[in-house]
Design a protein around this ligand. Structure first.
Ligand SMILES: CCCCCCCCCCCCCCCC(=O)SCCNC(=O)CCNC(=O)[C@H](O)C(C)(C)COP(=O)(O)OP(=O)(O)OC[C@H]1O[C@@H](n2cnc3c(N)ncnc32)[C@H](O)[C@@H]1OP(=O)(O)O
Length: 225
């Protein structure tokens, strides 16, 4: 009896280690509950105003919503991105959407199909600080990549960033609002070339950053690993 209990405990311990190795989230009590729960997750559209949005972000949002009325622009809901996420990773999400309201990346994107342009209205919160008082360059790069990524993915399908060049011209104050304006410049086979600039919100007077990027449409014949 004693021996079979010890063996059962050992088996349980081995199984737990294997589970934690395969799914690191299993080590985290909250994540483990979510990953292994059978509850259906209802996606929330995070590309809509919430109380953390500043007056400027709301103003720009309203202006773009007006532009959507004639159908030239379209607001992109945040949960549509989950189209690209495989079923077994249904708890995975774009990391920019993992923060509580106002602390990290607050943004909404709009797409213009005729002009092949994506505009992102972005307010970077206090958890994205680099040099005190200013946004971290990695956070800016992330939002540039996400904006040009959407601009490439809508016409191109499943694409990945192969190259991203950014010139940081002025530091972006934390919690301010910027407009990231990106466009598809050309397509050559599987290669999509895009450019983008980041300007101060509302007046667009300050040019904060400029970027160019190359996205590659994935070849279904090739493995990613
Ligand atoms: C309705 C709304 C729906 C919206 C829904 C949208 C949701 C969507 C949201 C996405 C928003 C987040 C956007 C994040 C995007 C990432 O964060 S992606 C992550 C970072 N990137 C990576 O990890 C990529 C790593 N690299 C790779 O896996 C591979 O190098 C690549 C990029 C897949 C290319 O590999 P490959 O398919 O084998 O291509 P390969 O044959 O080597 O090259 C093809 C051509 O490209 C050229 N090339 C390749 N790499 C380079 C390079 N770095 N420089 C110059 N040329 C290059 C080659 O020379 C070749 O040229 P040609 O000879 O044809 O003229």
């Amino acid at each position: 009896m004693m021996r079979s209990c010890t063996a059962a405990l050992r088996t349980l311990r081995v199984l737990r280690c294997r589970l934690e190795g395969a799914f690191p989230a299993a080590r985290h009590p909250v994540l483990a509950r979510r990953w292994f729960s059978t509850e259906k997750v209802i996606p929330k559209d995070q590309a809509l105003p919430n109380p953390s949005w500043s007056k400027d972000l709301r103003l720009l949002f309203d202006q773009f919503m007006k532009k959507c009325e004639d159908g030239s622009w379209e607001r992109l809901p945040s949960y549509k991105n989950s189209k690209l996420v495989k079923e077994q990773l249904s708890q995975a999400q774009l990391f920019t959407r993992g923060y509580e309201d106002g602390l990290g990346f607050e943004y909404v994107m709009f797409y213009n199909d005729d002009e092949k342009r994506t505009v992102c209205l972005f307010q970077g919160g206090p958890y994205l600080q680099g040099v005190p008082g200013f946004l971290h360059g990695g956070a800016i790069a992330t939002m540039i990549d996400a904006t040009v990524g959407v601009c490439a993915a809508i016409p191109g399908g499943i694409v990945m960033t192969a190259n991203l060049n950014i010139n940081f011209k002025r530091p972006i104050p934390l919690c301010s609002v910027v407009v990231i304006n990106s466009q598809l410049d050309k397509i050559e086979g599987r290669k999509l070339f895009l450019s983008c600039d980041v300007r101060s919100g509302v007046d667009e007077k300050i040019l904060y950053s400029e970027a160019t990027s190359l996205f590659i449409k994935l070849d279904p014949e090739k493995s990613l690993t």
